[in-house]
Design a protein around this ligand. Structure first.
Ligand code: ADQ
Length: 761
């Protein structure tokens, strides 16, 4: 039976039962009320008439008595009256009553000497009547009785009417409810269900994921959300399967999420994978609407997330959200991503003092400017160093707890926050394979040499079996620095350092982004793209035909001011583009507790304002500066529709924004302007490569990008896409893990001997 019918029948039965019960109660009350009224009237009448007949009965004037009772016959509903003597013998009676009594007087008429009037309902001659009897008294003596009879049939008639009315009302209500239920089921449930079924059928039968057309609010919200997740997983799985099939067919070796998962499972076997970084991939915050989570703006997070998702390992990181405690268990663990759990995040809490010394101080005021040659002086303080050491020990302890009892665990340490950790872990667990990936550049030995703790940092790093950088130049700088500072043997031919019998391989692993199958989807028409771009700009009160995009953490290494100056020069040199081209700069505030960053944000805002004030009109401005964190979903439309993307870092390990822009342009349009000081410029040679310090060159590059013939820009974009597709994040992770698993965790005797000889000589 269909749901609507079943629901209707149940509702009707329920409503009818309740309505009938209620009606029965109402009708019964009405009957009781009518009977009570009749009884009261009848008793009053019997008593008053008894008083009236007393002189006549006392005087035995029976004729007058008969005339009296006959006169009463016309009263409303009065069916008869009877006066009897003390023996109960009628002495006067209305004629109708004689026939009805028919020699069988009802029990109530029997003389019982009662002194009060009384009454009851009786059946008389097949009719329901009310009989009331009152004593006729002469002084203290009862000399007879007077009985009045009322026709009570009208009560049944009234009760019958009440039943009819109630039944009609029940029928009407039932019909109404049935109709409303039908409509509710049809529109409230049936329509969304049909909509969902249609959408699922399209999803199943068409090769491209149809745009979700689902009920989005109210009771269906969570249902819709889960169905959408399911659909996304389904689309991704299908795309991956198709991709695998295609790869098998063409014997290509492209890395995918699934290939990485299978590869890592094969290589790691039962070994546990633990990733450590300072930045956590998910932060929980208290908001007005409750606890919410967000993904911080960080290249490292962008890069690591797909690996953890693929390998279901554990990610250890600093807790930085104000609702992180409430969302983790007593060990600081939770499953993430929160909406689709795939791996474990273990949070470590730091004190304010630790954050100040370790993160803001040594890591970001010391190591960050030390490694980025961007003309900001590094600051090294002894108390910051102490905290840096202490926090490295704290995180190492967390890792050791996590791998306790695990056989041959694999630990991937991330970045310049944890230079000391490889040594700490290896000392406690020589069987663990430990790698550290340095996401930022490594400067030349002279530059690095200004760090008072360079020796300790290098020793910490060389505890690792593998040290990774984005490009070969950073590997070379590192090896040269080790050569300059520590007693060790550098094996230049195989990029490795042998020290105290431990070999550390130094390798180049250019990091990348995921170019998921969904990002390879069909491209929107240029007309649609134009409209989407216009809509994005209109949100900021700007009308322009062309749009450029820049996405960065607001950091002095990213060359944002140089970019703005390049834009200013562009509008000076090519005034025809005023009112036509707008640059959107998405800038997430970063490390704002550090004075340099705080001041830099102000500088960026002032510079944008200054340039805007020079050129802007009522409907247009050259720069739209959006200084807040944006979600990936918010950034995507800008990447997808921008005519050009500018990455003008003064120094950058890799720069993932450049790769994200390329990965997003499945339509083949768009031009990338890329600083030659980024790691990315070594791979994306089809970008317009610029020196960000050369304002003139940046301005010319913007002009070239906007004027580039479509066939040329398409060719450049397709070549860059081929690079990103081939060298994606899964390849990065696969290569890193492959390399790590091949490394012996101890030196061969021959290596040991050779190292000892070198050190002795
Ligand atoms: P980052 O210096 O953080 O990373 P980058 O590689 O440019 O720099 O990555 C930034 C990431 O944050 C990108 O994924 C970008 O989309 C995102 N992002 C930037 N601004 C944002 C905003 N306003 N809102 C939201 N998200 C934003 C470090 C090194 C890099 C190296 C990476 C990875 O400095 O050289 O490429 O690690 O190794």
């Amino acid at each position: 039976m269909r749901l609507a019918l079943r629901l209707n029948l149940l509702l009707i039965a329920g409503v009818a039962a309740v309505a009938m019960g209620f009606a029965y109660y109402q009708v019964r009350s009405e009957r009781r009320g009518l009977e009570r009224d009749l009884q009261r009237q009848a008793l009053d009448l019997a008593e008053s008439q008894a008083k009236a007949v007393e002189p006549l009965l006392a005087a035995h004037s029976y004729k007058s008595l008969q005339a009296f009772v006959d006169r009463s016959a016309g009263r409303e509903r009065l069916a008869g009256m009877m006066v009897s003597d003390t023996a109960g013998q009628p002495v006067a009676i209305t004629s109708d009553l004689v026939a009805r009594l028919n020699g069988k007087p009802p029990a109530i008429l029997q003389v019982d000497g009662a002194e009060e009037a009384r009454g009851e309902f009786i059946q008389l001659g097949g009719v329901r009547m009310h009989a009331a009897i009152a004593p006729v008294r002469a002084g203290e003596t009862t000399i007879g009785t007077l009985a009045v009879f009322h026709d009570a049939a009208y009560i049944d008639t009234r009760v019958g009417d009440a039943w009819r009315r109630t039944l009609a009302s029940v029928a009407f209500q039932t019909l109404l409810i049935a109709a409303v239920t039908l409509l509710t089921v049809r529109w409230g449930l049936g329509k969304p269900m049909q909509q969902m079924a249609r959408w699922m059928r399209d999803l199943r039968t068409s090769s491209e994921a149809p745009a979700p057309e689902l009920p989005g609010s109210g009771e269906f919200e969570s249902f819709t959300r889960e169905v959408s997740h399911l659909a996304t997983s389904f689309t991704a799985a299908r795309a991956a399967a198709e991709e695998e099939a295609r790869l098998r067919e063409s014997a290509e070796s492209q890395w995918t999420k699934d290939r990485l998962r299978i590869f890592v499972q094969g290589r790691l076997g039962d070994s546990r994978l633990v990733v450590v970084s300072n930045r956590e991939p998910y932060e929980h915050f208290h908001r007005a609407s409750g606890i919410e989570w967000s993904v911080p703006a960080s290249g490292l997070v962008t890069a690591q997330e797909p690996i953890l998702r693929a390998c279901a390992g554990t990610w250890i990181a600093q807790a930085t959200g104000d609702a992180d405690r409430e969302t983790s268990d007593e060990r600081g663990c939770l499953r993430v991503p929160p909406d689709h759990p795939q791996y474990t995040l273990r949070r470590v809490w730091l004190t304010e003092e630790e954050v100040k010394g370790f993160y803001l101080g040594f890591a970001n005021e010391g190591l960050w400017p030390l490694c980025h040659i961007a003309h900001t002086r590094p600051t090294f303080r002894a108390e910051d160093w102490k905290q840096y050491e202490a926090v490295n020990r704290k995180f190492a302890a967390a890792v050791l707890r996590e791998i306790r009892g695990e056989q041959d665990p694999v630990v991937l340490v991330q970045d310049y926050h944890f230079a000391l950790m490889p040594k700490l872990i290896k000392k406690a667990r020589p069987d663990a394979r430990v790698a550290i990936f340095w996401h930022i550049p490594w400067p030349n030995p002279e530059a690095f040499g200004i760090c008072p703790w360079q020796r300790e940092l290098l020793e910490g790093l060389l505890g690792a079996d593998l040290v990774g950088f984005h490009i070969q130049a950073h590997c070379n700088n590192f090896l040269e620095t080790v050569d300059r500072v520590l007693e060790s043997r550098i094996e230049w031919d195989r990029n490795a350092v042998m020290r105290h019998g431990h070999l550390t391989a130094v390798r180049r692993f250019p990091i990348s982004v995921a170019m998921d199958p969904e990002q390879n989807g069909s491209s929107a028409s240029s007309e649609l793209q134009y409209l989407e771009r216009a809509e994005l700009l209109a949100k900021h009160g700007v009308r322009a035909a062309f749009m450029g995009i820049g996405v960065d953490r607001v950091d002095y290494t990213k060359g944002i001011l140089e970019r703005f100056r390049g834009l200013e020069r562009f509008f000076e040199k090519y005034p025809a583009y005023r009112g036509e081209f707008t640059f959107v700069q998405i800038g997430a505030p970063s490390r704002s507790e550090i004075r340099r960053y705080h001041d830099f944000m102000l500088e960026v805002e002032q510079e944008a304002e200054r340039i805007n004030a020079r050129f802007q009109t009522s409907e247009w401005k050259p720069i739209i500066l959006l200084t807040r964190h944006h979600t990936r979903e918010e950034i995507l439309p800008y990447y997808r529709t921008a005519d050009l993307c500018m990455v003008t870092s003064l120094h950058d390990g890799m720069n993932l924004v450049a790769k994200e822009y390329v990965a997003t342009r499945s339509d083949g349009h768009g031009v990338l302007i890329l600083s030659r000081f980024t790691g990315a410029s070594h791979e994306l040679v089809d970008a317009l490569v610029v020196n960000p310090y050369d304002t003139e060159e940046v301005a010319t590059a913007i002009h070239r990008a906007l004027e580039m013939p479509p066939e040329k820009s398409r060719l450049r974009m397709s070549r860059m896409r081929a690079v990103v597709k081939e060298h994606n994040i899964y390849r990065w992770a696969g290569n890193l893990i492959a390399e790590l698993c091949e490394i012996r965790t101890s030196a061969t005797p021959a290596e040991q001997d050779a190292a000892d000889t070198v050190l002795k000589s």
